[in-house]
Write a protein that binds this ligand. Structure first.
Ligand code: F6P
Length: 358
């Protein structure tokens, strides 16, 4: 038996842990593993791939990025953002299929987010032996409570807030930290709570700058002169506007800049010196946390188990401490957003964090 693995979409810490799990578990039962380079692109003839042995994957568990490379552009884009699904041209699928057949690959593990798994679903519907592994740093894929990379991103946010806090205290400033989270504010919410933020702004909860300014002035009056604000890049300004940089080469909007706008307005309204920091790709780079190493490895081992059972069209999932699986169909096209009335937001409000709406 020979299986393939590819990483598709934006990278995140823990991708190599998945590869480590797949290669280890596959070799244990005598299977060969082929890793395709740069996502689905590696499938196009003549094929860009390498055989992966346990020796090749020794030491990669702790590495950020991906030894296989990844791309969120190319010939296999099935959708832009959460937009409409487009069919991948038959000619592209047929060419890629030739590589799979020539290499006698009996299962193909796709490690990717919503867009990449939508591509996987199209291939599965055309008879490909696809197994999905969820990858999203934003943690916004439905049907899995957690994906690897999220914990590492949250840890980076917490570290940034700890650092911003000391300088905010020294200068009695307001510090606004912009974090990733296109549609879902999980990184902002978890990072903000764990990092001691005073204000957390999410795409899911509309906010009022005046209410935040009043909150900051009230803190000041009580002798708390430093305030930490965390804002998700996908939060909308009070007029409903998303703050964007431009579009990337696939036509997807690149978000960024909301922290600058929020900081400028808060400075005007509070008359307190307010600074903005954008954390950007620091959240995606670097070594995975212990949790993400273990989760990634568990996902990899589960993917091999699914291949053993020929459970094609399924995606590895995580729920209540257990790694399990769901159909890819159930997992894609639905985002797992923060529930504005859910427990995490209630916890934040209970400890006095301002969510910008009251
Ligand atoms: O969807 C994950 C994500 O990290 C978003 O939070 C962010 O907007 C985007 O990817 C950045 O992607 P890229 O590195 O391709 O610009």
């Amino acid at each position: 038996m020979r299986i393939g693995i590819l990483n598709s979409g934006g990278d995140c810490p823990g991708l190599n842990a998945v590869t480590h799990g797949v290669v280890g578990a596959a070799h244990k039962i005598g299977w060969e593993v082929i890793g395709f380079r740069d996502g689905f692109e590696g499938l196009l003839p003549p094929g860009d791939y390498r055989f992966l042995t346990p020796e090749d994957t020794m030491g990669i568990l702790k590495l950020g990025g991906t030894i296989l490379g990844s791309t969120n552009k190319g010939h296999f884009s099935a959708k832009i953002g959460v937009g409409n699904v487009t069919e991948i041209p038959k000619e592209i699928i047929d060419r890629a299929r030739r590589t799979i057949d020539q290499l006698e690959i009996e299962a193909l593990i796709i490690v990717g987010g919503d867009g990449s798994l939508t591509t996987g679903l199209q291939l599965f519907r055309q008879g490909w032996p696809i197994i999905g592994v969820p990858k999203t740093i934003d943690n916004d894929l439905s049907a899995t409570a957690m994906s690897f990379g999220f914990d590492s991103a949250v840890t980076t946010v917490v570290d940034a807030l700890d650092r911003l806090n000391t300088t905010a205290e020294s200068h009695k400033r307001v510090m606004v930290l912009e974090v990733m989270g296109r549609h879902a504010g999980w990184i902002a919410l978890w990072g903000g709570i764990a990092g001691g933020a005073n204000v957390i702004l999410l795409p899911e909860i509309p906010f009022s700058l005046q209410k935040i300014a009043d909150f900051i002035k009230n803190r000041d009056a009580q002798g708390q002169h430093a305030t930490l604000v965390v804002v998700a890049e996908g939060a909308k300004l009070p007029d409903g506007e998303l703050v964007t940089i431009d579009k990337n080469s696939t036509g997807e909007i690149r978000l960024g800049g909301i922290s600058e706008q929020v900081a400028a307005r808060l400075q005007e309204l509070t008359k307190k010196e307010t600074r903005a920091t954008t954390l950007g790709h620091l959240q995606r780079g670097g070594a995975p946390t212990a949790f993400d190493r273990i989760l990634g490895m568990r996902f990899g081992v589960m993917a091999v188990n699914l291949a053993k059972q020929k459970a094609f069209g399924r995606m590895v999932s995580y729920e209540a401490y257990h790694v399990d699986s769901v159909t890819i169909e159930e997992a894609v096209n639905k985002l797992r957003l923060v529930d504005p009335d859910g427990e995490f937001v209630q916890v934040a409000r209970a400890v006095g964090i301002c969510m910008g709406d009251s």
